[in-house]
Design a protein around this ligand. Sequence first.
Ligand SMILES: [Zn+2]
Length: 267
Amino acid sequence: MSSIRIATWNVKSIAPRQPLNARREWIEQVINPDIIVLTEAKAQEKGSGTWDGWTSLYRQGGIDSKRPWGTVLASSRYQLEQITTVKKKFSKYELDTHFPGALVAADVYEGQESWGTIVGMYGLTVDRNGDSNGSGRYSVPTLMNDLEAILKSGRTRVVVAGDLNLHPQNVTHLFTEIGLVDLIHYTSEDRENLKDCVGCGVGHECGHLWTHKNGNADGNGKAQQLDYIFASKDLLDEVDVVTGGIQDFPDAWSLSDHAPVVVDFVR
Ligand SMILES: [Zn+2]
């Protein structure tokens, strides 16, 4: 049985803990994804390499001059055909206009064969005026207009992944409303309870993944999940295993302040 592995990881290009080459090697050797959504990512970092060997899609220059990083969609094994517009009934809808550089979408091909669609997104921590508000509570619902447009364009096999800067209690139901299933929640019975999970929304036996370090002193952070992977209903039967967080990637904090989330789909 073959599979397709899709991952998301915030690689902290803002203040890298390790050179890009070291993070790329860790991705290749430890995560080993077929497709990965990288957030807070730079396509190149000075003196420390590029994404050579990967097909990568991103906005040149990142979000803006203050934030020269963004969302990167990369694959080592599949062809990614970027989607910049989707058809609406009487018009075209242009993607990634709300926070340019935060959302990247592509149809996934293996040769001529279409697998589905992958969307990478990042919940910028800004309000409607662009001022910092400390969470994705304004940006994520805004970016979800793009997700709805993609889902309404006739695409039925859609995976969405990224760092939303929101806790699970503000995420799972929001995405259910547009037909996207939170795969960490969906597979929660496969995992142990995450003790003292911040913003959980479920309580005991939540099965959330600790994906953001959230604290300076080693070991003194509070367990919180900010990173997610969702799938449209047509893909649920193909979900095999969901892993991630510091639970499955115990050395992640040495490379970033986030740990990855990984989903294997059967093929
Ligand atoms: Zn929880």
